[in-house]
Unconditional design. Structure first.
Lengths: 281, 375
């Protein structure tokens, strides 16, 4: 029989208590709340399926769900693609000092509130804004960019691109340089080296970076609300709408549980894929 | 020697200090004791210094604002906070009736207020403010009209004088909604020819939904307070559904080329009222504030409110506004004889009072609004 190791527990307990108090506890409460009902603007603790049947039978809930999935997926894919060349450059073509400086510069945007950064896009994307001013000089536009899915994507990328870039840079900087040299010595082109060496070697890091981008975008309220004009709404906006309309917190909890189940499934699948060993040939 | 001197002066200083504190304590204590804190549950701006500053100074009161957006949130705040949390409740008139129905507010002495001086007879017996036995519970204090809000550089007031303008091809992708179902759907109901836009049967409700859905290709977004202001100001939205002078008035004051007009199909009136929570322990001071809001000075403040402008409800208030701030009176058409005078519009039958749906539930309207946003 294994004896309880108090020394090891001293280090493990804080994180276990923290997760239980601030993650598992609230999560269970949200699940329980989805079975409550609202009477006279007050929640009544009960166990009824009213909110679930109401929400999952509505088309608009599913169309918001699909739209949020597509937008968050697009943000993760775009952020991964846009970050890759810069991360590759920082990892393989820069000195260590330049890479450290670049990572510091990538962290600096997080010093400013995300809301403030989002609002600053107003002056850039507006029809009378900086971008359209530039297009006008070329005789183009004006283009409508605010209150569109494009605006939402810009907001998502503002949020996640620096993070994805940092994670990809760190991932690639840790790839054994000798593997890349070997590939080049064996006659691989740059593209083949990326496909056959860098992507497989850094698979875990790339997937984790994209997963972060997806999770953060999927739950983001600010970008689709302020840059997308809620047109159409995403799941986080649906939560706000639901609570505003008759204080239907149980219905909002249903939306939240749907979102959490989705994120659990996708995160689980992504991590399984990231750590899956390649079959030997 | 120097130590002795220092000690003496320190002793003297301490003695003098203690004596001063002892002598002034009763006064300080009285002053502190007399400062009353009034907690106001209201829309943003109602407990800001421009509205309550003069009253606070004159009566040694401190207002503690608790702001909400939307009547549902107001009712929830009342339901979810312990009794006695709020003293004064500032609410939309259509929700005031729910306060009365749920026995949440105290009876007011009608004879204490200038009811006969109200600008319109409808205001004297405003729906939901009085119970069936003729007791007053909620006091009408300001109002405004919702219609077509538009960019003056793109269209004229005449062009904006119909809700059909929202379907104009110049406005494709440039029509914004204030994100609340009642005003927008009420305006669609007026466009469909419903004389009582919130009291409609099932067929009329279906027709309103179809008409609203047909507007979707024109819609550029659904906005909260901030988004509504910035959308109109930076020209992203050229017309807005569901708002009126309470938004464009602020932008006009800043020189933005926007305005609002009550169209030929009619406009919707928002009406705001004050009540006193039944559980308040500071009713004396709360009643004093209600007196103040109905005084000419209080009415001028309500018309000039920085948060969002409204119209005075008393004749004396309007007269004083014309005297002390004729520019604002003219801008907001609170001038006797002006064809867009809000009272004239009511008399001409062009205004419907905003209400909660009568034949459908609020939930039905909410659900459709969510559907519309996702269409």
């Amino acid at each position: 029989m294994r004896r309880l190791n108090l020394y090891a527990l001293t280090f493990r307990l804080p994180i276990i208590i923290w997760q239980a108090l601030f993650f598992i506890g609230p999560l269970l409460f949200v699940i329980a709340m989805s079975f409550f009902v609202v009477k006279n603007f007050r929640m009544v603790e009960t166990f009824e399926f009213d909110s679930w049947s109401k929400m999952i039978s509505r088309d608009f809930v599913w169309s918001a769900y699909r739209y949020t999935l597509v937008m968050a997926g697009s943000a993760a894919a775009l952020a991964s693609l846009l970050a890759f060349p810069a991360a590759w450059f920082l990892a393989f073509r820069c000195s260590a000092q330049a890479r450290q400086l670049a990572i510091l510069l990538l962290i600096i945007p997080f010093f400013t509130s995300y809301l403030v950064r989002t609002f600053s896009w107003y002056t850039i994307l507006a029809e009378s804004g900086v971008l359209n001013g530039g297009f006008a000089l070329l005789g183009l536009g004006p283009f409508t960019m605010l209150n569109t899915p494009f605006g939402t994507l810009v907001g998502y990328l503002t949020f996640v691109l620096p993070l994805v870039l940092i994670l990809q840079t760190v991932t690639m900087a840790n790839i054994d340089d000798r593997l890349i040299q070997a590939a080049r010595n064996l006659g691989c082109s740059s593209a083949r080296t990326i496909r056959s060496v860098i992507l497989p070697a850094g698979k875990t890091g790339f997937i984790i970076a994209a997963l972060f981008a997806f999770i953060l975008s999927f739950g983001d309220f600010v970008a689709p609300f302020y840059l997308g004009g809620s047109n159409p709404p995403t799941m986080p906006i649906l939560i706000i709408d639901t609570t505003k309309a008759g204080q239907q917190w149980p219905r909002a909890a249903v939306v939240a549980v749907m979102m959490m189940l989705t994120l659990f499934t996708i995160a689980f699948a992504a991590i399984m894929f990231a750590y899956r060993k390649r079959a030997s040939r | 020697m120097s130590d002795l001197k220092f000690n003496q002066s320190k002793r003297t200083f301490l003695k003098t200090g203690l004596a001063s504190v002892a002598l002034s304590a009763p006064f300080v204590g009285r002053a502190w004791a007399e400062t009353v804190e009034l907690t106001m549950l209201g829309w943003y701006g109602t407990a800001e210094p421009d509205m309550v500053g003069a009253f606070e100074e004159a009566n040694n009161v401190k207002f503690v604002p608790k702001y909400y957006a939307g009547g549902d949130n107001m009712l929830a705040a009342l339901a979810q906070n312990p009794p006695g949390t709020f003293d004064i409740i500032h609410t939309d008139a259509e929700y005031a009736k729910l306060l009365v129905a749920n026995d949440l507010v105290m009876e007011l002495d009608a004879s204490a207020y200038p009811i006969d001086d109200l600008l319109h007879d409808d205001f004297k017996s405003f729906a939901g403010h009085w119970d069936d036995s003729g007791k007053l519970y909620s006091l009408i204090t300001r109002f405004g009209h919702l219609g077509v809000s538009y960019n003056k550089e793109v269209m004229s007031a005449e062009e904006a004088s119909t809700y059909d303008i929202f379907w104009d091809e110049r406005l494709t992708g440039k029509v914004g909604h204030f994100d609340w179902h009642l005003p927008s759907l009420g305006q669609m109901s007026l466009l469909m020819g419903n004389a009582s836009p919130f009291d409609i049967g099932e067929d009329a409700w279906k027709a309103v939904q179809e008409k609203t859905l047909s507007l979707k290709p024109q819609v550029g977004g659904y906005f909260d307070f901030g988004g509504t202001f910035s959308g109109l100001k930076n020209g992203e939205m050229l017309a807005m559904v569901g708002i009126g002078d309470w938004v464009t008035g602020i932008l006009e004051r800043d020189g933005a080329p926007v305005s609002s007009v009550v169209p030929k199909e009619g406009g919707i009136q928002w009406t705001e009222s004050y009540s006193i929570a039944k559980t308040s322990e500071k009713t004396e001071m709360a009643l004093k504030y209600l007196d103040y809001t109905m005084s000419p000075e209080g009415q001028v403040k309500t018309a000039q409110m920085l948060g969002y402008p409204g119209h005075a409800v008393t004749k004396a208030g309007r007269a004083m506004l014309n005297e002390v701030d004729p520019a604002e009176a003219a801008r907001s058409k609170q001038v006797n004889g002006d064809p867009q005078d809000p009272i004239t519009l009511i008399n001409e039958g062009r205004i419907s009072y905003r209400d909660i749906p009568v034949q459908q539930s609020l939930e039905d309207w909410n659900d459709f609004w969510s559907e519309y946003k996702n269409a």
